[in-house]
Ligand binder design. Structure first.
Ligand code: HEM
Length: 420
């Protein structure tokens, strides 16, 4: 049984899914100039490229705007439950992508009615977040963070500001204090569990996250407050404590990294691109334009893993087998020459796929809340430190070695010291 997705010039390769011509999805090209690489991949392989993930595990990278839109809007063909993957026998227990792909009983991996129930609770809980209050909270967090380095005239913004602000804002939104050792431990553990560095123990970190959030849910059952966790606890859908814990982990981690990298990539654009350089400080319009342009050109979630084919089908002229894994090439789709034939990529509309699309897309109103956090972070920084400039040459900035998240390893800046 086959269905036909959006067309592509290339026929299905024989012998699929052996992926004889597969491209290894790793290497420096993805970190420094991925746009060129995606263009080359598209030229070479069409809109759906056979790729090899870590350990040479085969998958498909969906590069076309039309194809990503098709995949994400056809859940009956391309679904989220990774247990249907036909490669599990080739996956070692320490496979680095396991934290993203290994099935968890969270909203991320649910399908159909169960997904609507879980995602519905998250949407309604997030809808109650007052955007004015969130702006005020982000201002306060920003001020506190800036005060810690303003006197020195220099800072490394990734650790001192960019990651810290959305992390603190999100845990506060979920009903924990924004700062304090306990919150910091949770934020550190989330980072370790998803993005472990040398010497970290991601499994132990993930267990500590679970324990902390289990305690939070228990506390909110006894004494609910005006926060996301309490609204999930009180929701008539009647989620169990364990379901809420799983979905809180999804909400907090889905919010923190992408929002931080959105702030990073916007600041980089503002500080390196002369179109913005003339009038960034307090320039509301310019900041808005930079935020949108960053989503088009340097989207935080470059590639998202993924979807799993429910049955044999066709996509972009490729034969996709039941259980094949598809990586959503969100960055490639945003810069697809089919939608930007004259190679101009427009910041003037919001039709990018940075928040994905379809049933499992980043749930409304999360993109609005992310916008509040990112906008407040950027504007507050530029208001407080109006002569902020890069402390290195733009070409010295390096991207993180990740094909999934696009963000800088560090963002060193200098400015006139502020006497408190
Ligand atoms: C307040 C901030 C945010 C929250 C609370 C949030 C929450 C979530 C949640 C709960 C999901 C899982 C949806 C599901 O499987 O049904 C999700 C998915 C996603 N989010 Fe967000 N998110 C936030 C910010 C962002 C940002 C800034 C970006 C990128 C610019 C982003 C991009 C995505 C993408 C690409 C997905 C995957 C959707 C898919 O499977 O197709 N999110 N988000």
């Amino acid at each position: 049984m086959t269905d036909t997705g959006p067309s592509s010039a290339r026929p299905a390769p024989p012998g699929c899914p052996a992926h004889a011509d597969a491209v290894r999805l790793a290497g420096l090209g993805y970190q420094q100039t991925p746009a060129q690489l995606y263009r080359a991949l598209r030229r070479e392989h069409g809109a759906v490229a056979p790729v090899l993930l870590d350990g040479d595990v085969p998958a498909w990278l969906v590069l076309g705007y039309a194809e990503v839109t098709y995949v994400t809007s056809h859940d009956e063909l391309f679904a989220r439950d990774s247990r249907r993957w036909n490669q599990w026998e080739n996956i070692p227990p320490d496979w680095p992508l396991l934290p993203y792909v290994g099935y968890q009983p969270s909203v991320l991996f649910t399908e159909g009615e169960e997904h609507r129930r879980r995602a519905g609770v998250i949407t309604e809980a997030l809808e109650c977040v007052d955007q004015f209050e969130l702006t005020r909270d982000c201002h306060l967090i920003a001020d506190r963070l800036i005060a810690s380095f303003a006197g020195s005239g220099q800072a490394e913004l990734m650790s001192g500001y960019v990651h810290a602000l959305p992390a603190q804002a999100v845990v506060q939104m979920c009903g924990m204090p924004a700062s304090g050792a306990d919150t910091q431990q949770l934020v550190d553990d989330l980072r370790i569990s998803l993005d472990a560095a040398e010497g970290d123990d991601p499994v132990a970190a993930y267990e500590r996250v679970g324990e902390r959030l289990r305690q939070l849910v228990k506390d909110k059952r006894v004494g609910p407050g005006p926060d996301v966790t309490s609204r999930m606890v009180l929701h008539p859908a009647g989620l169990s404590d364990e379901e809420i814990v799983q979905d809180l982990i999804s909400v907090i981690s889905a919010a923190q990294q992408p929002t931080a990298n959105w702030i990073c990539n916007t600041l980089r654009l503002l500080l390196t691109d002369e179109r913005f350089a003339v009038n960034v400080s307090g320039g509301r319009l310019s900041v808005g334009e930079a935020l949108n342009e960053a989503l088009w050109l340097d989207t935080p979630t470059q590639n998202f893993i993924g979807r799993w084919a429910v049955r044999d089908t066709q996509l972009g002229g490729r034969l996709i087998r039941a259980g094949d894994c598809l990586v959503l090439g969100l960055a490639a789709a945003n810069t697809d020459p089919q939608i930007w034939p004259d190679s101009h990529v427009g910041a003037e509309n919001a039709a990018h796929l940075s928040f994905s699309n379809g049933e499992h897309r980043c749930p409304y109103p999360a993109p609005l809340l992310a916008d509040v956090m990112a906008r407040t972070a950027v504007e507050t920084l530029l208001e407080r430190l109006p002569d902020l400039v890069l402390a290195v040459e733009p070409e010295e900035l390096t991207w993180r070695p990740s094909i999934w998240m696009r963000g800088l390893t560090s963002l060193p800046v200098r400015f006139t010291p502020v006497v408190q």
